[in-house]
Design a protein around this ligand. Structure first.
Ligand code: FAD
Ligand code: NAI
Length: 464
């Protein structure tokens, strides 16, 4: 052990890497974390979860005030204007506070931050900015970056990826979003609320890959009602830019007549890919899978002794909380404990309005596995949602027909992101729908809709 500079060296300080480093240090291991960005926190804190949620929150308040939605509550505004620079400044402040917070936590836990890009020399040695660093265990937590669309050049002015879309200096007149996934819908919502016309071009026949079919259909209707144009089953065949104006050529995915869309902003959001370039994985003989990701076993060990991997760089959902949980687990495994992540119970949340959340199996996937029972409850029948004039959405509980064990929960609601945690806990504890149905829920709350959906699985909801 003493032969190495560190017991644990983590490459990448995103939610996976920084959490792994802190937990390793908490467990008494001498720990360093290499990060090539100027600030800690990875994609999530710098150009992902945090700045996008800052703009989603601010644009939501703006739309409420500007759109006269508060008038019905007796609150009248006059002359609401947008100060986009200030909105960006407030976002930057949140990012700075949180990335600074990780730096503070590193100091507090005595994690050494090695500033620079790390590349393997062998399974226990990396080069960081020309400095040789050795460690008994090395954790790859290098995350992911934007998947490029062949033939479409991102200039971060007219054609942007998510990072560019978080920093547009003015509200576009027309934004074309390529890809109707999480990023496209969240950032498309931001700019629509701030005044842009938004057209989402999606290759397949539904938005939101991986989500429950009914949720995908219902939320598509809600986005359209909000004024977003959705061009489904449509592919982009080319984008040209002249004088800041893009011409986007699209045609039906199955082939057919092409048409062009003119836009002053184009957002490319067709997925993300693992960051492995520059790691020099050849030096340790670590091969990638077909999708360019690093494979691990359940303890996050790779095929190379002493090398572990977590987060967006490995298969599974590309989510910050998944990366964080894997960060804790990998550190515990390195320390000889048993770190486990239940990959079947990881919630996903889209932070639009309403929010869209799910955990566990979709109805389609559950049906493939066996017989199921489904209970649904609309927020239009939930007293708190009705009081708040906030009735869009529903809760759907999917349970095994024989055992009643909850297999999946899907929620569309202004508070879906918060409510889904209750479903995740229930599922982690192996709850049946009856367990949820007979758990007392405070009144009046949106959470009662989850209880009622569980009662609906039993065929006995009270309020519908
Ligand atoms: P990352 O956060 O990508 O961090 C990896 C770090 O490693 C980076 O800082 C990188 O600079 C560094 N690195 C890479 N290679 C090297 C090297 N060789 N040497 C040194 N350092 C290196 N997820 C959610 O759960 N909720 C959300 O609301 C959400 N919103 C998002 C919004 C956007 C716009 C985007 C793009 C993503 C969002 N995500 C969200 C996804 C989330 O950001 C990722 O799942 C998460 O950041 C993955 O964490 P990670 O630690 O694996 O990698
Ligand atoms: P995504 O995988 O969610 O969606 C990409 C969409 O683009 C898919 O619907 C796909 O069918 C479509 N597509 C692919 N190629 C296309 C083409 N050529 N033309 C038109 N459409 C095409 O990817 P996205 O939105 O880029 O997000 C990446 C990841 O970031 C997600 O997997 C998600 O996990 C994470 N993320 C999570 C957030 C959250 O948790 N709230 C927020 C933002 C990102």
């Amino acid at each position: 052990m003493a032969d190495y500079d560190y017991d644990v060296l983590v490459i990448g300080a995103g939610p996976g890497g920084y959490v792994a480093a802190i937990r390793a240090a908490q467990l008494g291991l001498r720990t360093a974390c290499a990060e090539s960005r100027e600030t800690l926190g990875g994609t999530c804190l710098n150009v992902g979860c945090i700045p996008s949620k800052a703009l989603l929150h601010a644009s939501e308040i703006y739309e409420e005030a500007k759109g006269g939605h508060l008038t019905k509550f007796g609150i009248d505004f006059q002359g609401v204007t947008l100060n986009l620079d200030q909105m960006h400044a407030e976002k930057a402040k949140a990012v700075k506070e949180l990335t600074g917070g990780v730096e503070f936590l590193f100091k507090k836990n005595k994690v050494t931050w090695l500033k620079g890009k790390a590349a393997f020399q062998d399974a226990h040695t990396v080069d960081v900015n020309g400095q040789k660093v050795t460690a008994k265990n090395i954790v790859i937590a290098t995350g992911s970056s934007v998947m490029p669309l062949p033939g479409v050049e991102v200039d971060q002015k007219t054609v942007v990826d998510s990072t560019g879309a978080l920093a547009l200096p003015k509200v576009p007149e027309h934004m074309v979003v390529i890809g109707g996934g999480v990023i496209g819908l969240e950032l498309g919502s931001v700019w629509r609320r701030l005044g842009a016309k938004v057209t989402v071009v999606e290759f397949v026949d539904q938005i939101l890959p991986g989500f429950d079919g009914e949720v995908r259909r219902e939320t598509a209707k809600l986005f359209k009602k909000q004024g977003m144009e959705l061009k489904l089953s449509t592919k982009v065949t080319g984008v040209t830019v002249e004088n800041g104006l893009a011409t986007v050529t699209v045609e039906p995915a199955a082939g057919g007549a092409a048409e062009t869309l003119t836009a002053d902003a184009v957002l490319v959001s067709i997925g993300r890919k693992a960051n492995v370039d520059g790691l020099n994985l050849d030096a340790i003989g670590l091969e990638l899978n077909k999708r360019g990701q690093i494979e691990t076993d359940h303890s996050f060990k790779t095929k190379v002794d002493g090398v572990w991997a977590i987060g967006d760089a490995i298969p599974g959902l590309m989510l910050a909380h998944k990366a964080e949980d894997e960060g804790v687990a990998v550190a515990e495994n390195i320390a000889g404990q048993t770190g486990i992540v239940n990959e079947d119970v990881i919630p996903s949340v889209v932070y639009t309005m309403p929010e869209i959340a799910g955990v566990g199996l979709t109805e389609e996937a559950a049906k493939e596995k066996g017989e199921i029972k489904v209970g649904k409850f609309p927020f239009a029948a939930n007293s708190r949602a009705k009081t708040n004039r906030d009735t869009d959405g529903f809760v759907k509980v999917i349970a095994d027909a024989k055992t009643d064990r909850v297999l999946g929960v899907w929620i569309v609601s202004s508070l879906a992101g918060t409510l889904i945690a209750e479903a995740a806990i229930a599922m982690e504890f192996g709850a049946t729908s009856e367990d949820i149905a007979y758990t007392c829920h405070a009144h009046p709350t949106h959470a009662e809709a989850l209880k009622e959906a569980a009662m609906a699985v039993q065929g006995k909801p009270i309020h519908i």
